[in-house]
Design a protein around this ligand. Structure first.
Ligand code: PA5
Length: 445
């Protein structure tokens, strides 16, 4: 089970103050459970893990098999909540280098539709030229420009390269039940499709087909992922005592730190595979809490890499930050530092030690330094990088976010602020229906 340790925040906030959140957190947790809080039409994620059936997972695995059997590469087209969860899990669990090897056991997952980079898309289509590839087109609204644009290119290329009939087999849509262009295309072309439930917002959708299908295609055990999430759902249930509920303590601690001027939370990892877990977390917390002119700013670093870039700022910059460290207890492989007779690099003092022991001492040394430097430190320990632990971690962050948002007093399930850039972009591109906005924005240029 993953564990939470807030001891190293207690020189900055008092334990009594954190524990005094109990009634507020209880009210927030009950509001989630009873659907009485803000954004209560988006609570479908709350009991998602425990309500997923074996049959549903079997269906996902069967679709994954079709893609696995027919494709060397599968492009996941999606942005924000329609992409980050899948990438977070896949990168956390994947061997860092097998995608570079010949004769791969699993199709390589490639991502598109999360930017509008012309060079990126050109290079992607060029790379896919002549390759056996499929596409998972993920968009809840079915109208997101970045994703739709990439899918238009990929659909055409897939049909031309693989023939229309096979393309229908290797293109899968994950979208709304009825509305949006992605739904219309899927129905007309006869693609296999999955529905993103109305009551699950993008950033809370990793445990729906949005995350599950790409993760299964990549060769990972979605049953174990759901098992971990289900156990965490229980641990953070409405009846779990406050002190034993890790998400409740996390929400209380970060809100108390925020109240005491710690406006920025930096998610830290010491394992490069967790980079996209941080990207997923940034979206989850940023989009959920950053509104009404409030909210902790979610940032992330990969240590020890970023100790050589952001380390200076964290140690001595403005004291408005706290760190939440994801610590992985056990590595999946063993590697010892070899002894070297000449010892030219002076590293023989490490000979015989595991590389992870060096990493763990970097972690401990950094924690001590940063706490000494005025940076409170929350620590989340996960036993190992496997499907079960990642499932636990995902749900822990989701429920922690829902509770935290309610404690902050915002609606954690909407994102009105992301529309502003879209409106301007459509106006600038003269999208039909935006004539007035086009005139207005042209006048401002
Ligand atoms: O969390 C969210 O709601 C957003 O990040 C969306 O997932 C993102 O904008 C993509 O939207 P859609 O799935 O409609 O293409």
């Amino acid at each position: 089970m993953i564990t939470l340790n807030i001891e190293k925040t207690l020189g900055f906030v008092s334990k009594e103050k954190v524990m005094a959140y109990e009634p507020v957190i209880k009210a927030a947790r009950e509001a989630l459970e009873n659907g009485t809080g803000k954004g209560n039409d988006f609570l479908g994620w709350l009991h998602l893990p425990s309500s997923i059936t074996k049959e549903f997972l079997t269906d996902i695995k069967q679709t994954a098999e079709v893609l696995r059997n027919n494709c060397d590469y599968v492009v996941v087209a999606g942005i924000g909540g329609s992409y980050l969860g899948a990438r977070a899990v896949i990168e956390a669990l994947s061997n860092s280098f097998t995608w570079l090897q010949e004769n791969k056991k699993n199709p390589v997952i490639i991502y598109a539709g999360h930017n509008i980079g012309e060079d990126y898309l050109y290079e992607l289509t060029e790379f896919l030229n002549g390759k056996k590839f499929g596409v998972i087109n993920i968009s809840k609204s079915g109208t997101t420009t970045e994703t739709a644009l990439a899918f238009r290119l990929l659909k055409k290329q897939c049909e031309e390269q693989r023939g229309k009939e096979l393309a229908k087999k290797v293109i899968v849509a994950i979208t709304d039940a009825k509305k949006g262009a992605a739904r219309i295309t899927a129905d007309q072309e006869g693609y296999k499709s999955y529905i993103i439930p109305d009551n699950v917002g993008g950033r809370f959708s990793v445990l729906t087909p949005v995350g599950l299908l790409p993760i299964a295609v990549a060769g990972f055990d979605i049953e174990q992922l759901i098992a971990g999430a289900t156990d965490m759902e229980k641990a953070c249930g409405v009846d779990a005592p406050f002190a034993d509920n890790p998400a409740a303590i996390y929400a209380a601690t970060r809100n108390e730190l925020y109240k005491n001027g710690k406006k920025i939370e930096i998610l830290v990892n010491y394992n490069p595979k967790l980079h996209f877990v941080s990207e997923w977390w940034k979206q989850l917390y940023g989009e959920s809490e950053g509104k009404e002119n409030k909210g902790i700013f979610p940032a992330a670093v990969d240590f020890s890499t970023d100790l050589h870039s952001m380390g200076q700022w964290i140690q001595e910059g403005e004291r408005t930050i706290f760190e939440t460290v994801i610590s992985v207890e056990k590595t999946n492989f063993n590697l010892q530092v070899p002894s070297d007779e000449a010892n030219l690099d002076g590293l023989n003092f490490l000979a015989g030690k595991r590389v992870d022991e060096v990493n763990k001492m970097a972690e401990l040394g950094t924690q001590i330094a940063h706490v000494d430097g005025g940076v409170p430190n929350i620590r989340i320990t996960i036993p190992a990088l496997n499907e079960y632990s990642i499932g636990e971690l995902l749900y822990f962050f989701e429920i922690g976010c829902g509770i935290s948002g309610y404690v902050l007093g915002v609606n954690p399930f909407d994102q009105p602020g992301v529309e502003a850039y879209k409106k301007n972009m459509f106006a600038l591109l003269n999208k039909p229906g935006y004539e007035e906005e086009s005139k207005a924005i042209q006048a401002r240029l």
